[in-house]
Structures are given as C-alpha cells and as structure tokens.
Design a protein around this ligand. Structure first.
Ligand SMILES: [Zn+2]
Length: 143
C-alpha cells in the first residue's frame, strides 16, 4: 500500500480497433525499472510497477472481468477525466494569455494617460503663451 502514495496512475486498457475490444497493453518497457506505479481498478489494492508484475496481474480473473466490462463501466469516466485534464490545460493557457493582454492594456492606458498629460500641458502652455504674446504686444506698444 505504501507504493500507492508515490506517483500513482490509473491503468487503462487500450482499444483494439481490429477486434473492437479492449486489450491489456503494458505501460512499461520490458525489464524497465524505476517505473511510475499504476493502479488497476479491477480490485482494491492492485498496483504494479514492472512489466512482469503487470503481466501476472493481467491473468487474474478479476482483471479479465474488468477488461470485459471496461467499455460499459469505465470508458466514459476515463474519457471525461481526460477531457477535464485537457480543458484545465487549455484554461491555464488562456488565463496566461489573458494576463499578458491585461498587462499590455495597462501599459497602453498608462501611455495614453501620459500623452494626455503632455497634451494638457501644451494646452496650458498655449494659453499661457497667448497671454504672454498679448503682453509682448503691449510691451512693444509701450516702446
Ligand atoms: Zn486489474
């Protein structure tokens, strides 16, 4: 049971389009070690982490029943889980994209505020110059 807490994956049989049935395909390479632990839902506490243990497990009667019933009892749930996983990834991508665009919009708003500030300053300067031009004319008249 201790293995269950380490990097656990749910085992799923593979659909064989030629026979139209689900078949056991080992998730491990022959003689490979340090594999992730897989759990089979045919029986509580069914775990395997090597190719040989997997092959022995597949011969069990409860596992054979699981394989036969897989389409009826498990397939839809597995497809739904896979879809949820894909949607989460997609959602995360879109969330990051949105954050990026929000950042760009914030920058543009700051630029607009800055440019508006310059515009206002020019307008005020313009008014100021108008007044000072009048003063200049006045000053010339006085000469
Ligand atoms: Zn099994």
């Amino acid at each position: 049971m201790e293995l269950a807490t380490i990097d656990r994956n749910l085992y799923q049989p593979t659909f064989d389009p030629q026979t139209g049935t689900y078949q056991d395909v080992s998730p491990f390479k022959h003689r490979s070690r340090k594999n992730p632990v897989y759990e089979c839902r045919c029986q509580v506490g069914s775990f395997f982490h090597t190719n040989s243990i997997f092959k022995v497990h597949c011969k069990k009667k409860t596992h054979q029943m699981f394989l036969t019933d897989y389409e009826y009892y498990y397939k839809d749930a597995d497809i739904a889980k896979q879809e949820i996983k894909e949607y989460r990834i997609e959602n995360e991508k879109l969330r990051r994209k949105l954050q990026k665009y929000e950042g760009i919009i914030r920058l543009r708003e700051q630029e607009i505020d800055f440019l508006n500030g310059i515009g206002d300053a020019h307008e005020k300067e313009g008014q100021g110059q108008g007044e000072s031009d009048d003063e200049f004319v006045d000053a010339d008249d006085h000469r």
